[in-house]
Design a binder for this molecule. Structure first.
Ligand code: ZN
Length: 521
């Protein structure tokens, strides 16, 4: 195990809407990976937050009769409260309206202006209000609409400040070619190399205050505010104390953590993160992030059609109804990372019932119930174990290494499939060895102890390995196995054997069975 630190970030969520399942997916994933890295012994910081400037916020606030800051604050609090209600544990909740961020953005802009990376020029082009930017001629679909917003362009002529992004095209291409594992999964790297096969244009980084006031004023021209993406992306090093000043003049900046940054994003913001952001970092003299992990969409079309069930898919309601562990498990187990997933109730409920309630949940209750009823509620002696016991533990003890390998590569669904295979191996072992029959024969007590003791050791390993995905359930399982607290053990303890004669806790009911939600008649 290395001691490299880890810096895990979600996107800063744009506060023009309330938190939905898509936001929850990214945040749950980053929370899970942070837990995993911490358990593996890495110093880990996990940042999330809200992106609060821009035209859409200004417009929405006006519609609601609020100031932009009032409107943004109210929605930012909804995000913060949602993650708290779901038991997610970010170290940093970052807002782009916080004073330190405004200072950082202005310092970074001044630095780039001083170094000749920013210039002033007039431009006429096709502008998308939804994107809050000019799109190039190639960036409109066959009907002439913005492919992201399905709206027609507005022709605008404007003098603005520009960042010399085009000058970084070759450097960016070289970077991705020599670091092909930065963007994951690899299909998204191909998409980025596709963008970079076209000429890379300079980036307009200002908006005149005549049409947008809700932004960070340019430090060198108060008739302009900063383009919202140029402002928001700087949050990532900002969360680690970067002040936007030249390299070497940011004393509070945790550069070691920054060098290990992993950004989790959705594919809708691939271009801003894979093109704009690294060129900004290069211009500022900062290292480019270590990984850009890109997820697909959670498609909820079938749910949105349902009025009565629609509000259950609010992430907080869903966590209250099914448990955060269940939601987290489903999203990571069902969806191969990077792909789109169709969210359907049937798949959700069936997966939870098969792998949590009837899987690890049932294995726990049937093993520990016998231990309590027939073995005095203590971890039995290990001496009577034979080949079948050794074979089962060999398979289960191989899980930590393979699970970690898949997890680190972003193949969360495969890691959890391996977890499920180990649970099934334990179930088969139970069926083969019939502990319920052994329990009826006093002459078989030693044999019963060998069987149940082996299952207890296997459950311990499963509980340590799956903790980042099922922290509530696995914590309760460890208490049932005799741990004093549900606190997560270091990864290196995953293959420990439970001490003979130690007392077991109460038998828990870890995961309930669910019914597929039905429309009221
Ligand atoms: Zn658009």
């Amino acid at each position: 195990m290395t001691s490299d630190p880890r810096y895990i970030t979600t996107p800063l969520y744009y506060v023009n809407a309330k938190p939905h399942l898509g936001h929850a997916y990214a945040t749950l994933l980053a929370d899970t990976v942070s837990r995993f890295e911490r358990q593996r012994g890495h110093r880990t910081r996990f940042l999330t937050g809200t992106d609060e400037h821009g035209e859409k916020i200004q417009t929405k606030a006006k519609e609601e009769g609020k100031s932009p800051l009032e409107f943004a604050t109210a929605n930012a609090k909804l995000f913060e409260a949602a993650w708290q209600a779901m038991g997610l544990t970010p170290d940093i909740f970052y807002r782009t309206t916080q004073a330190s961020h405004v200072k950082l953005v202005q310092a970074a802009l001044q630095q780039l202006k001083d170094r000749g990376e920013i210039y002033f020029a007039e431009y006429e082009g096709k502008y998308c209000v939804g994107c809050e930017r000019f799109r190039t001629d190639q960036e409109w679909d066959a009907e002439g609409l913005c492919p992201d917003h399905r709206t027609p362009p507005v022709v605008r002529k404007e003098a603005n400040y520009w960042f010399k992004m085009g000058a970084y095209q070759q450097r960016l291409l070289d970077f991705y070619r020599s670091n092909p594992d930065v963007i994951r999964p690899a299909s998204y790297l191909n998409e980025v190399l596709g963008f970079l096969a076209q000429p890379l244009e300079d980036l307009c980084i200002s908006r005149p205050t005549t049409r947008l006031e809700w932004g960070i004023p340019l430090p060198f021209d108060d008739k302009y505010v900063t383009y919202v993406w140029f402002d928001a992306l700087l949050n990532y090093p900002g969360g680690l104390g970067y002040e936007g000043k030249p390299v070497g003049q940011n004393p509070g900046f945790d550069e070691k953590l920054w060098a290990e940054a992993t950004h989790f994003i959705g594919k809708d913001i691939l271009k801003t993160h894979a093109i704009y952001w690294p060129t900004m970092l290069m211009a500022l003299g900062l290292p480019v992030f270590r990984h850009l992990n890109v997820s697909g969409y959670i498609l909820m079309n079938s749910l949105k059609m349902s009025k009565s069930l629609g509000n259950i898919v609010e992430p907080v309601t869903m966590s209250e109804t099914f448990g955060v562990d269940s939601l987290r498990f489903f999203l990571l187990r069902e969806v191969p990372y990077g792909g789109d997933a169709n969210f359907a109730w049937e798949a959700f409920v069936n997966r939870l019932n098969a792998e949590l309630a009837n899987g690890i949940g049932n294995l726990t209750s049937r093993s520990l119930t016998i231990a309590v009823k027939s073995l005095g509620g203590k971890v039995p002696a290990k001496a009577a174990r034979g080949d079948a016991e050794a074979a089962l533990l060999k398979q289960v003890h191989a899980l930590p290494e393979s699970f970690a390998k898949e997890f680190e590569a972003g193949r969360y669904h495969i890691a959890l499939t391996q977890f499920g295979e180990c649970v099934r191996a334990c179930d088969l072992y139970v069926n083969d060895n019939k502990p319920w029959a052994l329990a009826k024969d006093p002459a078989q007590t030693e044999r019963l102890g060998a069987v149940i003791g082996t299952l207890i050791d296997a459950l311990w390993t499963l509980s340590v390995v799956a903790d980042s995905v099922l922290p509530n359930g696995m914590g309760r399982l460890r208490v049932a196995l005799g741990e004093a607290s549900p606190e997560v053990p270091a990864w290196s303890r995953a293959t420990e054997l439970r001490p003979e004669g130690s007392a077991l806790g109460e038998v828990p009911r870890l995961f309930p069975r669910f019914e597929i939600p039905k429309e009221p008649a």
